[in-house]
Design a protein around this ligand. Structure first.
Ligand code: PLP
Length: 493
């Protein structure tokens, strides 16, 4: 393809993307695709073509074969997992970033990539209300994009391990302990598997709304210390995946003053974005995060209007990362790096080459401003209130945990008066809800995901797509109620 052919194909691509968004906005197609596993292989040749093909044919095949296999994460009725962020500014940022195909691993490999990242992540950090210690401009702390929240946690654990080993060189790796709660995302266990380190998942209770409490952490740390083990990092969560629970960082703060060697990584992959609104900062323990977190990460690509991927990790002390990750062979040395006058982000993450993500976040932050972000977050929280009210008025549904920001977890739990029998026992309720979710999950017009909380099988409804409006929440509730009724009818028979 030459430059003029690119120009033509590029205009067509933008036109098609616009048509796609008009259709999404009007829900002209369902959120889930109508394809079966393995649908694509028979439709494509078994090897790459010998000679290059005309792009118009490639573009047609994309429309015909690939688009039909998408789950539409930007669909207004996408209420599963945590919805993925998007904005047109973000698309354009990715397009321009892709146009220079720049691996920007150190300052010299593209000064603007490094400098923009360090400035834009300072903007983002300020927008979230993080302490000035986390600013790149501080020269001590700073922020850097990682691939995902899972990788951010992995990097934080590697850094904490190095810091602990430096302070206690005789510690055996098998005696070192990572702490999480039972509600922590699988990233905690995965990091343990990757690093060959043991993870202790601390129990949380329904009474505490699945939040990790200080006394639980204290007794685990005391018990493990008595056994001669070495606690070295806690992964605390602001907004757990299952129910949006927020670990009690205020209590954790009190505990860790007695355990100064333990580092704190805060995983706020989803709910971190709520910090843009002052009214949510207290419930997210921002003050305590600012006081004790050694590292903090959140995904702009979840609730933050930014196209996948955009996950910054901020650290209070950049040396923490660099001590663990700086390996500089001769071919990577530069005059500026040697002089220590620049950031070389290759020493802040796992890879060498890195995607140029700061451009899209710069576009998005400028396009929306802090007010635009606040509006987006508040809208989703308000829509969740609508859903919660509908559930509360239903005699068939009940919440399984208090609603958290834009996430509700619920199940069918019929009032005895609506059943031909007394209240159902827990195991029967679980079976009933599995049937109920089975019905919901074969539908293509809404997309919800399941979880298990305290042994209870429940369904999550997560709001976050910029296209979701009041009408979509009410439609989702109607679908849920309809399927709930059919499940109960079948159950009663
Ligand atoms: N942490 C929490 C609380 C999450 O909910 C998720 C994903 O939903 C993750 C981490 C994983 O995010 P990533 O895909 O960026 O690793």
């Amino acid at each position: 393809m030459n430059i003029e052919q690119f120009r033509k194909a590029g205009y067509q691509a933008i036109d098609r993307i616009c048509d796609y968004y008009y259709a999404l906005q009007e829900s002209k197609f369902p959120v889930l695709p109508d394809v079966e596993p393995g649908y694509l292989r028979p439709l494509l040749p078994s090897s790459a073509p010998e000679s290059g093909e005309d792009f118009s044919q490639i573009a047609e095949d994309y429309q015909k074969l690939i688009v039909k296999g998408y789950t539409h994460w930007q669909h207004p009725s996408f209420l599963a997992y945590f919805p993925a962020g998007f904005s047109f500014e973000g698309i354009l940022g990715d397009l321009y970033a892709s146009s220079v195909s720049n691996p920007g691993f150190n300052w010299l490999s593209s000064p603007s990539c490094t400098e923009l990242e360090s400035i834009v992540l300072d903007w983002a950090s300020k927008m979230l209300g993080l302490s000035s210690s986390f600013l790149n401009a501080s020269g001590v702390g700073g922020g850097c994009f990682q691939n995902t929240a899972s990788e951010a946690a992995l990097v934080a654990i590697i850094a904490a391990r190095t810091a602990y080993k430096a302070a206690h060189p005789d510690t055996k790796l098998e005696d070192m302990r990572i702490y999480t709660s039972t509600q922590t995302h699988s990233l905690g266990l995965k990091a343990g598997v990757i690093l060959g380190l043991t993870v202790r998942a601390l129990e949380v209770t329904k009474e505490d709304n699945f939040s990790l409490r200080g006394h639980t952490l204290r007794s685990a740390l005391e018990e493990d210390k008595k056994k001669g083990l070495h606690p070295f990092i806690l992964i605390a969560t602001i907004g757990t995946t299952s129910s949006g629970a927020v670990d009690n960082i205020a209590e954790i703060r009190t505990v860790v003053t007695d355990f100064p060697d333990i580092k704190i990584h805060v995983d706020a992959a989803w709910a971190g974005m709520a910090l843009v609104c002052p009214e949510f900062r207290e419930m997210c323990y921002l003050k305590d995060i600012n006081a004790i977190a050694d590292s903090f990460s959140t995904n702009f690509h979840k609730w933050g209007l930014t196209n996948f991927d955009a996950c910054p990790l901020w650290v209070r002390d950049r040396k923490y990362l660099i001590d663990a990750l700086d390996i500089t062979p001769p071919f990577l040395r530069t005059a500026q790096g040697d002089a220590g006058t620049v950031i070389d982000y290759r020493n802040w993450h796992l890879g060498l080459g890195r995607r140029y993500r700061s451009l899209k976040l710069w576009f998005v932050l400028r396009g929306y401003g802090v007010e635009g972000f606040q509006k987006h977050i508040r809208k989703a929280v308000d829509l969740n209130k609508v859903f919660v009210e509908l559930v509360s008025s239903s005699d068939m549904l009940s919440l399984c945990a208090p609603p958290s920001l834009a996430l509700s977890v619920f199940r069918v739990n019929p009032k005895p008066s609506t059943l031909n029998q007394a209240t159902l026992p827990e195991d029967a309720l679980n079976d009933l809800n599995k049937l109920f979710y089975g019905r919901i999950s074969v539908r293509k017009d809404i997309f919800l995901t399941q979880t298990v909380l305290n042994g209870q099988f429940c369904i999550r409804l997560a709001i976050g797509s910029a296209l979701t409006q009041d009408v979509h929440i009410r439609e989702a509730f109607e679908v849920i109620t309809h399927e709930g009724k059919l499940t109960l009818e079948a159950w009663d028979r």
